[in-house]
Structure formats: C-alpha cells, structure tokens
Write a protein that binds this ligand. Structure first.
Ligand code: ADP
Ligand code: MG
Length: 482
C-alpha cells in the first residue's frame, strides 16, 4: 500500500507532539510546525526545513525521536531526508542525508560551501536579516565596528587595565580563554563601547576569517521583534548562530523588558558558547545589580570574566586629553589640559565634551586657549552637566536666601519663618529631586510623608494667592538655575 507523504508526516507529528508533551508545546511549534513534507519515495520521507541551522538543530536535539517516529511509521527501513531551503542567489547543489547514517558529519564537512539540497519550491523563503548578504561561497556580515574606536586609541590606566588586557587576550584567542563571555561593566561614559569595538577590530585583524558582529541590545531587541512580526525568527536565530565573535552592547537595556528577546539570546548564547565562539557583553551595571534580567541569562553572564571599567584617575584623564589632542593635531597649553583634567572627573565622555567645547569656543571667537577661557567654560560646563540637585543643596539655597542657619530646617521649632523655609524646601525637593515624600520628610526635620504632602500643597496654594510668597518661589527658582 502506498502511503501519502502528507498523512505520514501528520502521523509523525502526532507522535512527536505526544512524546514532547504539553510542557514542550513551544518546542514543538518552533521546531516541528515549520517543517513541510515534500515526498515519500522508496520508504524515504523528504521533509523541507527552513535553514541549515534548523537542520543541525533537529539532528542534534531530536535525532532519536525522529528516528523512532519514522520507523514507527515506515517500518525498520524507513528513512528521512532533509531538504534545506536557501536563498535563490546561492548556487544549487543538492545533498541529502539519510537516517540512520550520520547526517551531521555529512553536513558539517560541507558547512563552508553552504548550498544544500533544494526542494521544489526553492527560493520562496529569503534570509531576511538586515545584516546578512549571502554570497556564492560565504556569508559576509557587516561587523558594524567603528574604526575610530581602536585599541591603540584606548588609553590604558589603572581604571581599565584588567578589562583591556582581558580584551586583548580574547581578541587574540577568541573562545579559547576562560574569559567567555567577557563582561565589560562600568558607569556611563567610561569606555565600554570603545573597548568593545577595539577588541572586535583587533580580533578581525588577527583572525580575518572570523565573522565578527557588534550589535547593541536595543538593535537586537528590535530585530527580534521584527522577526517575530514577520515570522522569520528562524532566520534571525540562524543568522546569529553563524557568528564567531559576538559583541552585545548595553545589556542593561533589557532589564525589565524583552523577556522573549532575552530567551532568544539565551539560546543563541548557549549555541555559540558550546562551539567555543567568543561572546562579549557590556553593561552599565555589575552582574549583581542586573537582577531584573532573566535569571538563566544572568547566570550565564557570570560564567566568564566580569571586568570593571572604573573612573580614570587624573593622570589617565590627562593622558586621554593629550591623546585626543594629538589625534586632532591641536596644541593646548599644559596648564589648560591639567585644569580640565582636574575639574572634570565624572567620566570620559564629559571630559571629551569639555575639550571639544573649549576648542569650539576658542576657534569661533578667535580667542587663544588660555586658562581663563578654560575656567569660564568649564565652570559653565560643570554647572550645566554634572550638578545634581539634592535635598541638601535645596536646603542650603533656601537657608542662604532667608539668611537662616543651615540646621534651622532640622530643628523642631514652629517659628513662622522657619516653618516657611522648611515648607519651601520640601516643595522644591518634591519638584526637583526624585526623592519620595518619606525621604524628603526624613531629611527635613524628621517629618512624615503626610507633612511633606501638606507642605507641598500649602506652597502651591500660597504661590498662587500670596504675592510675597510668589516672589520668594520665583527668586528661589532662579537661584536653582544659576
Ligand atoms: P560607555 O560605553 O562606557 O558609555 P564609551 O565607550 O562610549 O563609554 O566612551 C565615551 C567616550 O570616551 C568615547 O568617545 C571614547 O572614545 C572615550 N574613551 C573612553 N575610554 C577611553 C580611553 N581609555 N581612552 C581614550 N578614550 C576613551
Ligand atoms: Mg556604551
């Protein structure tokens, strides 16, 4: 009796589904639903799978299940043949692998010249990841590396020595050191992105055959969302599984969002890691502070090395400024460079920002770069970018304005002028800081949150109805902006 290939595959699916059980419904939908039966001839069932990666995954994870299922359906001589659909721009040359022979071996030998067996409807599916360009022989990936961010340009200091050394080791020996993944973490503007690019560039120089890819977590998330929408998640996964050296920037972006994206990345991570592919991840936060990431993913991040990028000391800041100036061919008096380096100590991005503003100021106004110009500019720069308004600072401004001693706001006194100053402090603290009512109360004479709320309402009312009060609020607001 000749059986219909569709019915045979439908029966197989039933068995597979049952074997996987309802808890693996997602697995079933991901790995079996996309399969299309094509023909049944000589007891060989041909099925079409969307990609080589898909095929490899089936062989690796479900070979026993498939074997048993096929034999149940087609008897002991039953065989399975895969047809892998590739982009039509690829030269066609069929291969097939049959059970029970070792299909995985057969395919991995041919992994480099990718074209595989094509089914009758070859080419209906395209590899659609935006990064991918499928050539005749080899996949070419745009690495997205920024050529300005080199290791040579990355000034070494105590703050980054470990991270830099680990980065170099990884570039030299991708996937072969204990630093996999290499997690670079540190505050904003301390050089994570620069170092990550630099490592990517270095490894490309040393290993030109490796496929290196830099991607931000935001891009990855967006691509994943698009892939889900376009029903191309298999292509998406397939694409990432082909990368030899993957750099994922700013993973903290996923904290508390993108659960499915994280899951997809988790699987990609495992796939790459098992194959000794190198992974570099950067984060604004240390692993211990990334508690909102998916726990399984978080635990993977701790497998390799977490290298910290700290705040540079003043010597490193001077070295960085000198290097930027040398790169741009600009000369600047030593005392000016030192002035900037001593005064901007938050992060390197701001340091650069100050330098660029100073150069712009001097060239626009045809003024010499002198220490005075630097002072004028830096004072403004520091004020407008780095001063964070705190409750303490508000207390100080209010007390100065009313000529009250600083600790008067803390005192339990009910003197009218002090009550008013306290209420104004609470009002501005609520308005200008992110502190909760409870915290504000605590810092303003140990009051409870209801008192703070009452104060805020009172000030808001008086501000509208009382001229004198309105004037104070106005004046104080100006002071905060100075
Ligand atoms: P992050 O990714 O940690 O926020 P970036 O890598 O974007 O920080 O660095 C901010 C700026 O500071 C970049 O322009 C970068 O080139 C520069 N920078 C950071 N670290 C160094 C360093 N060690 N040497 C030279 N420039 C640096
Ligand atoms: Mg960055």
């Amino acid at each position: 009796m000749t059986q219909n290939y569709k019915t045979v595959w439908e029966n197989c699916l039933k068995i597979i589904k049952e074997n996987l059980g309802p808890e693996n419904d997602q697995v079933y939908r991901t790995w079996f639903e996309p399969i299309v039966p094509i023909q049944l001839e000589d007891n060989i069932l041909t099925i079409r799978v969307p990609s080589q990666f898909f095929y490899e995954w089936l062989e690796e994870h479900f070979i026993d299940l498939l074997k048993r299922t096929i034999r149940l359906q087609l008897g002991p001589n039953g065989m399975l043949k895969y047809s892998i659909l590739m982009d039509t721009s690829i030269a066609n040359s069929p291969i097939s692998t049959s059970l029970p022979s070792n299909g995985r071996q057969a395919i991995s030998n041919r992994a480099k010249d990718m074209p595989l067996m094509l089914g009758p409807e070859a080419g209906e599916r395209k590899v659609s990841n935006p990064f991918i360009y499928v050539g005749i022989q080899k996949m070419k990936v745009n690495s997205q590396l920024n050529g300005n961010y080199t290791l040579e340009n990355f000034v070494e200091g105590d703050c980054n020595r470990l991270a830099r050394a680990a980065g170099f080791a990884v570039a030299e020996n991708p996937g072969r050191t204990a630093f996999n993944p290499l997690l670079l973490h540190g505050g904003v503007g301390l050089g994570k992105t620069h170092l990550a690019h630099a490592i990517g560039i270095k490894t490309k120089e040393m290993h030109p055959d490796n496929t290196v890819l830099y991607v931000t977590s935001e891009q990855f998330l967006q691509q994943y969302v698009d892939a889900v929408r376009n029903k191309t998640t298999n292509d998406f996964v397939h694409f990432y599984e082909m990368i030899d050296f993957l750099i994922l920037d700013d993973i903290q972006f996923w904290a508390s969002k993108g659960i499915h994206t994280q899951e997809a990345f988790f699987h990609i991570f495992n796939y790459l890691h098992q194959r000794n592919k190198q992974i570099i991840i950067t984060s604004d936060k240390a692993p211990s502070e990334l508690g909102t990431l998916e726990p399984r993913l978080l635990s993977r991040l701790k497998w390799g090395l977490a290298a910290d990028l700290g705040t540079p000391d003043v010597e490193t800041r001077i070295a960085i400024l000198n290097q930027k100036l040398a790169n741009d061919g600009i000369e600047m008096p030593k005392d000016v460079i030192e002035y900037i380096a001593y005064n901007i100590n938050t992060n390197i991005r701001e340091l650069e920002g100050a330098l660029v503003s100073l150069i712009a100021q001097s060239s626009l106004n045809h003024r010499q770069i002198t220490i005075d110009l630097a002072k004028q500019m830096i004072d403004k720069f520091v004020k407008s970018t780095t001063r964070e308004i705190t409750i303490d600072y508000i207390q100080k401004v209010v007390c100065d304005y009313f000529k009250l001693p600083l600790d008067s706001i803390q005192s339990p006194t009910r003197k009218r002028e002090i009550v008013q100053a306290r209420q104004l402090t609470m009002y501005f603290a609520k308005k200008m800081t992110k502190s909760s009512l409870a915290i504000i109360g605590l810092q303003c004479g140990n009051k409870d949150h209801a008192t703070v709320l009452h104060a805020c309402k009172t000030v808001a009312n008086l501000n509208e109805t009382d001229k004198q009060f309105h004037y104070w609020v106005d004046e104080l607001e100006k002071k905060f902006k100075e």
